[in-house]
Design a protein around this ligand. Sequence first.
Ligand code: G6P
Ligand code: MG
Length: 220
Amino acid sequence: NKKGFIFDLDGVIVDTAKYHFLAWRKLANGLGIDFTHEENEQLKGVSRVRSLEKILEWGGKTLSQDEFTSLMAKKNEEYLSYISTMDASEILPHVSKVLEFLEEKHQAVALGSASKNARPILEKVSLLEKFNAIVDGNDVSKAKPDPEVFLIGAKLLNMQPQDCIVFEDSVAGVKAANTANMISIGIGEKDVLHEADYVFKDFTEMSQEFVEAIISNKVT
Ligand code: G6P
Ligand code: MG
């Protein structure tokens, strides 16, 4: 049996969610807007443009198009400074193990990320060649929770959506996977990701038997 396994990047494969948080918080605070962990949850999986729009909405601010563009660039500069020193040590626990297991089992594996920085990050942590297909923020026009990113991933893998499994740490991403009619597996807190079909705190909590059961259709 062959399934399509689609991985989100930030907060699933690497711990870059913390860098996005720091960069957004600095930007928001610079505008006099509060930025808490709860607000950050709502930005996970959300595109850069949409994230800044949301922060401005929360703060009741409007900016000129030029100011908006320059803040977007500033946020990314800040983020890039954090990820510039990344290496394979920042791959989250058991991710490499799961990817190797899927390879062994001849499964189809894709990346489905909203980030425009996805490829350079995968290169930095030496995981680029583990993916049969990569869909990132440069390939989509509709941000998560729209299912576009995962549907393109399924297509590139030559898999039907119902034969795909998505790993996500964000509420928006879980919604996108559900709307795409895929199995959604939340990586993180159960109370935050309660819409997911299954939730694991991290990949160390997900057994090989569980993955085998998915592959052989015992988990739906
Ligand atoms: C991911 C992250 C978001 C981030 C988005 C865009 O989905 O979870 O926090 O805003 O990618 O990332 P980018 O690297 O293009 O700014
Ligand atoms: Mg994520």
